[in-house]
Ligand binder design. Structure first.
Ligand code: BT5
Length: 267
């Protein structure tokens, strides 16, 4: 059977200098993030992409399982920014902004960014980002941005019941399948142009756009990390990528992204 995505079709007329110039495709891998890290260790250049039709061990943060059946876009890209680790984590915002904007531009859907690492459509998660990096002291040797997008996926058929209310796919919201190559090509172009903005103009322009797509600001939210939970109103995301939360007792708390989850309770 033909693969769900043809890399040569993605690379045809691809208007990028770095992103996707080298692309490795596999029908099935454990995790594209692990694969990209292996490629980075072999000195793969910046912009190299590892993409798979399915992942058998796709993962989210803290090793959580990431369902990666056929029809999704599961890929990782190697970057080598000349930035400190604390700056490099901001690439998560860049990636989720690129995904949200591409979905908006190509399919006129109201894709929204959700702190810290999600893109949502119709209040459900359509994409998650996993950033990993290799550092030596304050130097980033490479970063791997893993992006998982539910594209042509029948959620109720492919995902376990507990995700039916939480996850969605572009196929579900559009009511039809889309051409993966077209979407991926536009996304790589968008990611590269935002990466240039980030390197040349800093985080502010990226964050400003990201915030314009964030529907949870001003809403009551619950932030949890392991056993710890905070409830309050999400006031802002600051220039360091931290969530600014007004707690019930009116004190203001800054929560750094890390491995936290955010639940929107009401707006
Ligand atoms: C994430 O983690 O959202 C990051 C996901 C990154 C996946 C990409 S795919 C390419 C690359 N290779 C990898 O191995 N990973 C990256 P987190 O915020 O921890 O969310 C994980 C949670 O999302 C799970 O515990 C489930 O509740 C839910 N989930 C799992 N699979 C999902 C899916 N396909 N769509 C929506 N939600 C999902």
């Amino acid at each position: 059977m033909a693969p769900t995505i043809k890399v040569d079709k993605v690379q045809e007329n691809l208007k990028t200098k770095l992103f996707g110039k080298y692309m490795f495709f596999s029908r099935e891998v454990g995790s594209t993030n692990d694969w990209a890290k292996e490629l980075a260790e072999l000195d793969a250049p910046e912009g190299t992409v590892a993409i798979a039709e399915t992942q058998t061990a796709g993962r989210g943060r803290l090793g959580r399982k990431w369902h990666s059946p056929k029809g999704g876009l599961w890929f990782s890209i190697i970057l080598k920014p000349n930035l400190k680790p604390t700056e490099t984590v901001k690439l998560v915002f860049l990636a989720s902004l690129a995904v949200a904007e591409t979905i908006r531009e190509l399919y006129s859907l109201k894709a929204e960014t959700k702190w810290p690492n999600d893109v949502i459509v119709d209040g459900r998660k359509v994409c998650g980002i996993l950033l990993e990096m290799k550092t030596v002291g304050e130097r980033v040797i490479y970063a791997v941005i893993g992006v998982g997008i539910n594209v042509n996926i029948d959620i109720e058929k492919e995902f376990p019941r507990e995700l039916w209310e939480k996850a969605t796919s572009l196929e579900v919201v559009l009511g039809k399948k889309i051409v993966l190559e077209t979407f991926f090509k536009a996304l790589l172009e968008k990611m590269e142009s935002l990466y240039q903005v980030f390197l040349e103009g800093g985080f502010s322009p990226v964050l400003a756009k990201w915030k314009a797509y964030a529907s949870f600001l001003g809403c009551e939210v619950e932030v949890s990390s392991g056993d710890e939970k905070f409830e309050g109103v999400a006031l802002d995301v600051n220039g360091g990528g931290a969530l600014v939360l007004k707690l019930k007792d009116d004190t203001v708390k800054h929560v750094f992204a890390g491995d936290l989850s955010l639940k929107i309770k009401g707006c």
